[in-house]
Design a protein around this ligand. Structure first.
Ligand code: APR
Length: 227
């Protein structure tokens, strides 16, 4: 029996039950913040301290002991353990590290990582668990892909999508490209496409199978059918 190749796209919804806000919900992450101020390079140039304060706040929140992977993250880690890292790839839009904490290994953080910063001059990526003070080091920026910037590792992602037998989208609203377009590429490659989300996403009609409910319930149940 050949082992299927599975690409899983995750968004903020998979981490909602771990205590991290999604972006577009009421009281969501953008609530109270202007995306143009805290999630664009232009905003960073205008006021780097405000931008660092925002990511410092998120970094602290992520490291609060109450924030832990939930059953959905663990189910994906188990899938990788059973099917192998060559066959299961997580492409996450999330900048948290809950997939890693749950035990997943083959992960692409296409929108960057909160617990890393980048030297603007050299491009060097450095682990970062503490607040960043712009006045102390003006070359260090968050390792976050902002609006208008190109997501990371796109070539690897398109390569995996073109070989996928299954494409599973979890906890993402389908508002942000290129991730929102992955389902079409996977469909063209002949993959079975599945949406697992709290509610229909903007791209809902493009998926062959859709299951709606909280990630901690629907993800383990669906993943069990693949193991
Ligand atoms: N279980 C499953 N899905 C959930 C849950 C839950 N418990 N709670 C919320 N959701 C769903 C919402 O219904 C919504 O469709 O998760 C989705 C979250 O959508 P967004 O807040 O738009 O987050 P996401 O799709 O990850 O955003 C994409 O936008 O601003 C950028 O870079 C940021 O990576 C982010 C990108």
């Amino acid at each position: 029996m050949t082992i299927p190749k599975i690409v899983i796209l995750t968004g903020a919804g998979i981490s909602a039950e771990s205590g991290l806000s999604t972006f577009r919900a009421q009281n969501g992450l953008w609530e109270g913040y202007d995306v143009n101020d805290v999630a664009t390079y232009e905003g960073y140039i205008r006021n780097p301290t405000v931008v660092h304060d925002f990511y410092n706040m998120l970094r602290r929140k992520l490291q609060n002991p109450s924030v832990k992977p939930n059953a959905a993250h663990f189910a994906l880690a188990e899938l990788e353990q059973k099917l192998g890292t060559d066959n299961v790839l997580i492409v996450t839009q999330n900048v948290d590290n809950l997939h890693e904490q749950a035990g997943s290994k083959n992960i692409i953080h296409m929108h960057g990582e909160l617990l890393k910063v980048r030297n603007e001059k050299t491009g060097q990526i450095i682990d970062c668990f503490n607040d960043v003070n712009y006045q102390q080091n003006k070359l260090i920026r968050p390792h976050i892909v902002w609006f208008g910037e190109i997501p990371l590792q796109m070539e690897q992602i398109y390569d995996a999508l073109s070989q996928a037998d299954y494409f599973i989208s979890i906890g993402t609203s389908g508002n942000v490209y290129p991730a929102a377009g992955f389902v079409q590429i996977a469909n063209q490659a002949g993959a079975k496409s599945i949406e697992l989300n709290l509610e229909p996403s903007l791209g809902e009609s493009l998926f062959q199978t859709k299951i709606y409910g909280p990630a901690s319930k629907v993800v383990p149940k669906f993943i069990a059918t693949l193991i």
